[in-house]
Design a protein. Structure first.
Length: 95
């Protein structure tokens, strides 16, 4: 049986870790996602990175650039209200 609250993990060339926060919205063609990655192993251990990505409607990670329709920006802004760390970090990009 799958644990319900098991954190999502990731693996990159410079380290592995958990997805600490994730903001998503459902769109017609895909699920745009912004993730706060916390590295727990590897040369990046102890650091955080932000990943802009998307998933298919079947839940598969997509290895292509995130494209977000401008009409979906208000919905994404509302979704970010549930991820305070991500929201604070992203705000630094526009200040």
């Amino acid at each position: 049986m799958k644990r319900k609250n098991k954190p999502k993990t990731f693996s990159l060339h410079w380290g592995t870790g958990i997805v600490e926060e994730e903001s998503q919205i459902q769109c017609e063609y895909h699920i745009p996602t912004i993730q706060l990655l916390r590295f727990t192993e590897g040369e990046a251990k102890g650091t955080w990175e932000i990943r802009f990505c998307h998933y298919s409607h079947e839940g598969r990670f997509q290895r292509s650039p995130l494209i977000l329709d401008t009409k979906d920006l208000p919905r994404f802004k509302r979704a970010l209200e549930k991820t305070p760390k991500l929201k604070k970090l992203l705000a630094q990009m526009i200040k």
